[in-house]
Design a protein around this ligand. Structure first.
Ligand code: MN
Length: 331
C-alpha cells in the first residue's frame, strides 16, 4: 500500500491536507508529518483544519501550517486550489464536517490515508488504508522510513511521535504493538520527547474543567450491584464551574477506573435542552444495543444517543434500559 501511496504522491504537485472535524493528535500529527515529507520532495502543501487546531496540539505546529477553516473568507475557493485533496485519519468524507461540501465539489483527486477498521471507503478517487496500523502517524512513519535519510525534520519527528501517543493512549491500549514501539523508539532517538509530549497532549486542563469533573464525580451513582456507573451534568453545573461542553470530553471514561464497573453512563444537558447520552462498556455489555433503543448508536463498547429532557426523566429511562441490558449480557 505504501509503495502505491509514495508513487501517488510523486505524481502530483499541490496537496491540500485535511483531517476529520475536531481533529485529534493523530490526525494533526500525521498531517504535519506528511506535510514535512511532501515539502522535502518539492511539493506545495496546505493544511486546513475544522474548526481550528486544538489548543493542546498547537505546539506541534510551530511553523503555523494549520489554517483554521474560513468557508466565507479565505477558503471560499479552497476546492479549486489543490491537485490532490487528501484526508488523513478518516475514510468517510462526511467526517470533514463543514468542509464536506467543498470536498464533494473539488476537481482535485480525492484521496484518504487511514487506519480505521470500517467498510471499504466510499467517495474517494484513491484510497490508502491499512487497518493493521495503530495510528495514521504510523503509516506516515513507515512511508518516510524507507524514503528519507535520517535525521528527519524536528517538526516531523515531534508530530509523528505525538500521533502515536494520541492513538495508543500513551502506549496503553492493545494497539501498542512491538512494531509501533520500535518506530516510537526511532523517533525518540531523533529527538522526540516522551515527557514533553505527554504533558503537551494531556496536561492542559483548565481549573474550570477540573472543578466540573469533581462536581460530576461528587454525584456519581452506582447501581446494578455497582456494575453500572451513572454521571449527570446539567447546564447549571457547567455554569457553576465556568466550564463548557468541551470540558466533558472523556469524562465518561472516568468511572471505568472503578473495579467492578462494567458500564459507565454520562448524561448531560445540551444547549437545546435535549439530553446527550454517552455510554462505555468494559467488554461484556453491548451498549450499542442500548443506544439504538433511543435512535443512537456507535460501537459495542462505546456508543451515544440523544433523549428528550428533563435530565431526571432521561436518567430514569436510561437506568431502566441499562438494567435490562446488564441482565441480558451479564445474567
Ligand atoms: Mn488515528
Amino acid at each position: 500500500m505504501l509503495d502505491r501511496f509514495a508513487a501517488f504522491l510523486d505524481a502530483h504537485q499541490r496537496f491540500l491536507l485535511t483531517t476529520h472535524e475536531n481533529p485529534d493528535g493523530d490526525g494533526i500529527g500525521a498531517s504535519i508529518g506528511l506535510a514535512a515529507y511532501l515539502r522535502s520532495h518539492g511539493k506545495e502543501v496546505r493544511m486546513v483544519v475544522t474548526p481550528s487546531i486544538p489548543e493542546n496540539l498547537r505546539w506541534l505546529d510551530e511553523a503555523g501550517l494549520a489554517e483554521a477553516y474560513e468557508p466565507e473568507g479565505r477558503h471560499k475557493d479552497l476546492a479549486a486550489w489543490p491537485d490532490v485533496w487528501l484526508i488523513t485519519d478518516a475514510s468517510e468524507p462526511h467526517r470533514l464536517g463543514p468542509m464536506h461540501g467543498a470536498f464533494e465539489s473539488t476537481k482535485a483527486v480525492r484521496a484518504c490515508l487511514d487506519h480505521h477498521l470500517k467498510d471499504a471507503p466510499k467517495g474517494f478517487d484513491q484510497e490508502f488504508t491499512d487497518a493493521t496500523a495503530s495510528a495514521s502517524a504510523e503509516l506516515v512513519h513507515d512511508l518516510v522510513a524507507t524514503r528519507m535519510a535520517k535525521p528527519w525534520p524536528p517538526a516531523m519527528v515531534r508530530a509523528l511521535y505525538a500521533g502515536m501517543v494520541a492513538d495508543t493512549g500513551n502506549f496503553r491500549f492493545s494497539n501498542a504493538t512491538p512494531k509501533l514501539h520500535r518506530a516510537a523508539a526511532e523517533l525518540i532517538e531523533m529527538g522526540a520527547e516522551p515527557a514533553r509530549t505527554f504533558q503537551g497532549l494531556y496536561h492542559t486542563d483548565t481549573p474550570q474543567k477540573v472543578k466540573l469533573w469533581g462536581r460530576a464525580m461528587e454525584g456519581l451513582r452506582l447501581v446494578e450491584e455497582n456494575r453500572v456507573a451513572l454521571v449527570t451534568v446539567s447546564l447549571s453545573d457547567l455554569e457553576a464551574c465556568g466550564a463548557n461542553h468541551e470540558d466533558l470530553d472523556e469524562l465518561v471514561q472516568q468511572p471505568m477506573r472503578l473495579k467492578g464497573v462494567e458500564v459507565s453512563a454520562l448524561l448531560y444537558e445540551a444547549n437545546d435542552g435535549r439530553i446527550k447520552l454517552s455510554l462505555r462498556s468494559r467488554e461484556r455489555v453491548d451498549v450499542n444495543a442500548v443506544c439504538k433503543r433511543f435512535g443512537g448508536g456507535g460501537h459495542r463498547l462505546a456508543s451515544g444517543a440523544k433523549l428528550d429532557g428533563p435530565l431526571t426523566k432521561a436518567l430514569a429511562t436510561v437506568q431502566g434500559a441499562l438494567a435490562e441490558q446488564v441482565a441480558k449480557d451479564l445474567g
